[in-house]
Design a protein around this ligand. Structure first.
Ligand SMILES: [Cu+2]
Length: 82
């Protein structure tokens, strides 16, 4: 007997939300740099960026938390807890 997992609840336009803690941010310039870096990731929609963290909505079929963390890292900041 096998129960197939019910995947039908996953909608076609699913969106996940990722909250990143980010080290190395200290001013409005950093906030802007991080926002720009995240906004450049295909499939990501920046919801909020503050000193020390960011919240991003993303389409998991187009990007991933690792890719978003990499974008932050490429901008010169250090994502924590990813
Ligand atoms: Cu700064």
């Amino acid at each position: 007997m096998s129960n197939t997992p019910d995947a039908s609840t996953a909608g076609s336009s699913s969106s996940e939300t990722l909250t990143l803690r980010i080290d190395g941010m200290s001013c409005a310039h950093c906030v802007r740099a991080v926002r720009d870096a995240l906004a450049d990731v295909p499939g990501a929609t920046v919801e909020r960026v503050d000193i020390g963290g960011a919240t991003v909505a993303y389409d998991p079929s187009r990007t991933s938390p690792a890719a978003l963390a990499d974008a932050v890292r490429d901008a010169g900041y250090e994502p924590a807890g990813v």
